[in-house]
Design a protein around this ligand. Structure first.
Ligand SMILES: Cc1cc2nc3c(=O)[nH]c(=O)nc-3n(C[C@H](O)[C@H](O)[C@H](O)COP(=O)(O)OP(=O)(O)OC[C@H]3O[C@@H](n4cnc5c(N)ncnc54)[C@H](O)[C@@H]3O)c2cc1C
Length: 531
């Protein structure tokens, strides 16, 4: 099944907002119903593919079958940009100015290599396309030339599983649920459950350094990766052949987060864990975000480490985003303070032990145990928020998220600065927002901050969001945060990323790119500026 072209996920799961929420949006934020109907898929004017006949022929030869080179309007629309809110607003408005010239579906590493060679010879850019869930413009290269989207869905196998070492080699086009099912059949789990879990791919997780909701227990995706195979226009690049190594710099780190700018990942070897037999999620309430954050830090630094650990700020707790299924319902939580969710996965014995020890720590930090119901509700609704965004957009509201990470000591100032930047910019634009935040990835030395912004759409919602996003990005760097904890760089964050790594860092990446992609066809303008 394909994802909804103009929104999120399975079209059958789309649900309108309850009237109570529409009333709340109107009264709180001045949200008014939209006046324009969104574009229809078959009503969008798509320009003809600019690819020359000889290029199309050469690409079809690489793939052995013309059916794997698609130039029809629908395939190309479905591979236009990703799933950020501006992406959705633009596609709903029928804007396809950065549509791919063709969609290619390679079926092997060698076919990817062959396609890249043809692209380099013919001067056509190539954009790897996994699940298409990028929210940072990772699928929208700079448009100095036409480009093809290389959809990796046919590369969807489990290539190897080593039960002794607990490793698995996965192809990049496996979506997370497919990968998880293949591992579960053999008694293992990857433990990677980002909110985009239902649609995002293994290759995309590696290429964008993803982090899942159970990162406290299983780690970030980049921490799970042991080895990678990459196709480049200059040949095959393999990295990682032992669990740890002192054989020079770790080149896996150059591939992780490279977002298609340095090659196409065609297989990923990851560590795997035994499938848990017990899963328990529970709710804790803290008097303030500060008190809750201190409790999370105590666990992150002294243990025991839950598998899931997250904390909503006062606004997010009040609105009920910690439990998305409850928003607007009569039993929505109206209590003050901040809701935290702690989850424990593993064997019955291990979870009971960690849970009991975590309980002592959280009580000692002033937490109030509020039972398993909030945890179960969080687990049940954990993949629903993106559907809620579609319903908000339909109702005339604007909803977007952004994220960062910083050291514990810098986190309070980072939190204040981003909230203030978003509030000031959107208020100045005439659409005062509601800004919510949570911590959902914790480390010994710091944590991530994930902001959700809801406001009225204004006359031109894409233009109205741009200065707010810019102000938030500026505030993140000025306060010592990183421009992304897990969404990546793409084209949207590129200017701030170049500031974060500095001119020498940019030149190092450009030099590597020039060696392995001399024609500059790999996702140009994504991650680093075109030289
Ligand atoms: C609603 C929503 C919720 C999200 N929640 C999370 C979350 O909880 N955690 C999180 O980490 N992220 C999250 N994201 C962001 C996104 O899902 C991740 O960045 C994910 O890793 C992208 O995977 P994908 O397969 O969709 O990649 P794509 O969007 O297809 O690609 C992402 C980037 O990687 C490149 N790429 C893709 N595959 C390959 C490959 N095989 N080789 C080389 N380059 C490749 C693409 O060219 C692009 O630049 C969310 C996004 C949405 C829309």
């Amino acid at each position: 099944m394909d994802m909804l072209w103009s929104g999120w996920g399975d079209p059958d799961k789309a649900a309108p907002l309850p009237d109570s929420v529409i009333g709340l949006l109107r009264d709180l934020l001045g949200v008014a119903p939209r006046e324009n109907e969104p574009a229809q898929l078959d009503g969008i004017a798509v320009p003809q593919s600019p690819l020359a006949d000889d290029t199309l022929r050469a690409l079809a030869e690489c793939l052995g079958d013309g059916a794997y080179v698609r130039t029809d309007a629908e395939s190309r629309i479905r591979h236009t940009r990703g799933k950020s809110t501006p992406d959705l607003l633009r596609i709903r408005a029928g804007e396809v100015d950065d549509i791919p010239a063709a969609v290619l579906l390679p079926g092997s590493h060698d076919e990817v290599l062959a396609v890249l060679r043809v692209c380099a010879e013919h001067g056509v850019a190539a954009v790897p396309f996994g699940g298409g869930t990028s929210v940072v413009g990772g699928l929208a290269p700079e448009l100095k030339r036409c480009f093809v989207a290389m959809d990796l869905r046919r590369l969807d196998g489990l290539l190897a599983l080593d039960e002794v070492s607990r490793t698995a080699t996965l192809q990049p086009g496996l979506r997370a649920p497919q990968a998880e099912a293949l591992l579960n059949e053999r008694g293992f789990t990857l433990g990677h459950f980002p909110q985009s879990y239902e649609w995002a791919s293994i290759g995309g997780f590696a290429a964008a350094r993803s982090s899942g909701q159970a990162s406290a227990g299983y780690g970030r995706f980049d921490e799970m990766v042991l080895g990678l195979t990459v196709a480049t226009p200059e040949g095959t690049w393999e990295a990682g052949r032992a669990p740890r190594s002192a054989a020079g710099p770790d080149l896996r780190q150059l591939i992780l987060g490279s977002e298609g700018a340095l090659g196409v990942i065609t297989s990923v070897t990851v560590r795997i864990r035994p499938l848990p037999t017990t899963r328990i999620y529970e709710g804790w309430r803290f008097a303030s975000f500060e008190a809750g954050a201190a409790a999370l830090r105590t666990l992150a630094q002294g243990g025991p480490q839950p598998t899931v650990l997250r904390l909503s700020d006062e606004t997010e707790t009040f609105i009920g985003l910690a439990q998305p299924d409850k928003i607007g319902s009569s039993d929505a939580p109206a209590a003050a303070g901040c809701m935290a969710i702690a989850g424990f996965e593993g064997t019955a014995e291990d979870t009971a032990d960690r849970r009991a020890r975590a309980r002592k720590v959280l009580l000692g930090c002033g937490g109030e145990y509020v039972g398993e119901e909030p945890g179960d509700r969080w687990a049940h609704g954990r993949y629903n928020a993106p559907y809620l965004r579609d319903a908000l957009l339909d109702a005339g509201a604007f909803a977007e998220t952004l994220e960062t990470a910083g050291f514990w000591s810098a986190l309070p100032a980072l939190y204040d600065a981003v909230r203030q930047a978003l509030t000031a910019a959107l208020t100045e634009g005439g659409t005062p927002p509601l800004v919510m935040c949570h911590i959902s990835h914790v480390y010994e030395n710091g944590a991530s901050l994930y902001f959700t912004v809801v406001s009225a759409q204004g006359d031109d919602p894409v233009a109205h969001w741009a200065p707010a996003k810019q102000a938030a990005n500026d505030a993140i760097l000025a306060s010592g945060g990183t421009i992304s904890h897990h969404h990546g760089v793409g084209t949207d964050h590129r200017d701030w990323y170049t500031e974060e790594i500095g001119p020498v860092g940019v030149r190092i990446l450009q030099a590597v790119k020039a060696e392995i992609d001399p024609a500059g066809v790999l996702n140009p303008g994504v991650l680093i500026p075109v030289r």
